[in-house]
Design a protein around this ligand. Structure first.
Ligand SMILES: [Fe+2]
Length: 185
């Protein structure tokens, strides 16, 4: 029985990638792609490209992407000092990675720290808190509606892609900041 040596995973591509060369990839439907494809987006950390928009007294949101087709919105949430983001229920998926400080949910037993990855599912209702004097920052990729409730469980407001676009654009108008089309997928 011949022993088969398994190729090292990714070894071949790694060697080619080392050439720093743009490879012309064959494309069967190039004319169609050239006609309809959209460029990817780039948003640097420069606040001129997307400012911190106040979100309550102790938080701000830096919007990074709006996708109206899928009711998707991506942003960085910054809670400036120890505090709470109100109880909310998701009607879609959430993916997030901690960037600075830490945060947790009153309903769960884990703490999200820089580099940690979390998911939240449709139907989850929870209350985000940070115990850090210097607060937290985290990247969120969210889909669907996000319903906020008061302390009595009464519905207050629904946040969706339209809410997030309005949040961004109304602040830009107020501050005289040009709308950055890179944010619109
Ligand atoms: Fe959430």
């Amino acid at each position: 029985m011949a022993t088969q040596e398994k190729p090292k995973l990714g070894a071949k591509t790694a060697a080619e990638a080392g050439a720093f060369k743009i490879v012309n990839v064959p494309e069967t439907y190039k004319h169609v792609i050239d006609t309809y494809v959209r460029d990817g987006t780039y948003v640097s950390t420069d606040e001129a490209e997307s400012p911190w928009v106040p979100f309550g007294d102790n938080a701000a949101i830096r919007h990074l992407a709006f996708d109206i087709r899928n009711n998707v919105y991506a942003n960085v949430l910054w809670i400036k000092e120890k505090g709470v983001i109100g109880t909310h229920k998701h009607r879609g998926m959430v993916w997030a990675i901690g960037l600075e400080g830490s945060f947790r949910y009153l309903e769960y037993d884990w703490v999200c720290r820089p580099g940690d990855f979390i998911t939240e599912f449709p139907g989850h209702a929870h209350t985000l808190v940070t115990d850090e004097p210097d607060g937290m920052k985290a990247f969120f990729w969210m889909q669907g509606a996000n319903e906020f409730y008061d302390e009595n469980g009464e519905h207050v407001e629904t946040l969706d892609v339209w809410w997030f676009i309005n949040h961004y654009e109304s602040y830009c108008k107020e501050q005289g900041i040009p709308i950055n089309r890179q944010l619109y997928l």
